[in-house]
Design a protein around this ligand. Sequence first.
Ligand code: CTP
Length: 402
Amino acid sequence: MLDGRRILLVISGGIAAYKSLDLIRRLRERGASVRCVLTPGGAQFVTPLSVAALSGEKVYQDLFSLTDEAEMGHIRLSREADLIVVAPASADLMAKMAAGLADDLASTLLLAADIPVLVAPAMNTQMWRHPATQDNLATLERRGVRRIGPAAGDLACGEVGEGRMAEVLDILATIETVFGDGPLKGIRALVTSGPTFEPIDPVRFIGNRSSGKQGHAVAAALARLGADVTLVSGPVAQPDPKGVKVIRVETAREMLGACIAALPVAVAVCAAAVADWTVSNATKEKRKKDPGSPPPTIELALNPDILATLSEQGSARPRLVIGFAAETETVIDNARGKLARKGCDWILANDVSPATGTFGGDFNTVHLVTTGDTEPWPRIAKADVAERLAWRIVDALKETPR
Ligand code: CTP
């Protein structure tokens, strides 16, 4: 519920503005008061009259309107709210926000705001993917602006892809999260991330190229939805996600120990690239070169499988156990085999061939493989894979009894 919450809704230009009318209605149904700012672009798609009728308040449109300034003033407009929601957020308004422009009412009050801001971007796929928009988004997120969507699907411009404004119910759930009532509130989650390092001696190790970006993004997305998240991470350069308990480990055995210690959890997501083998003849002292002898032999022993172990926990088994499958060929078949072998519920299969740039990159192309179905997801940012996965977890936990 949003009883007594004061939302300042900025409606910028885009066909998705019609969904904002529904958003206003549902926010008010949940007890929030909604004051609206309509940009000139937004007013091309919805009328001030319909916005005023649904919000039950005057609609603000003009920075230089004397009446508005005398009655309210643009600074007070943003100060007298608990949250600013920009829905739809056009590429233009996001660019203005990132650049700190203040040449109309919406951009001015956003620059003057000292309260949380949530944007729900909506635009054509190419505009969304353009480096300018992605850079602006990164700038806004670095400054703490929250984001929901965009979703992928049919766009009003006739193209198909990412760019649709998030669904109204998802925007509502995110607003509740901002106020600390996310749909995963009270749910404990475990995420593994990054590589493991298996020592050869005190200075050398066997590792892999996992950056931890995907696993850290999953932990962050679950935390944003209110989950109580433990992230068990191998050595990575990623910053700790906000609001997440991070346990740092090096080896697969340490990772398994930390995961078992974090149980019970409702959901476990194993995104770590765990080394399959450990070095069984690792030495306590640094191995020295002996020019007269052949190079030393490294003997390998199988590491425990963390995903399979979590899936086998009997009554302590998480309700949902999710793995990733890093493959370079026959991606879906291999993932399906892993799903069966490891006894988990879902596998997110991704192609990590060097040409895809997945390892270390910001984008990922995954298939969600479950026992009955294979669902291809479009190539999207790792953060978006994480967000999409987090929402699927919300839905699945609703259907899985405790
Ligand atoms: N995994 C794990 N513990 C291991 C190996 C893998 O928890 N010792 C998990 C990974 O976190 C991932 C899934 O299992 O969620 C699949 O990992 P992947 O590296 O694709 O598969 P492997 O089991 O290592 O199989 P292979 O190397 O033969 O592809």
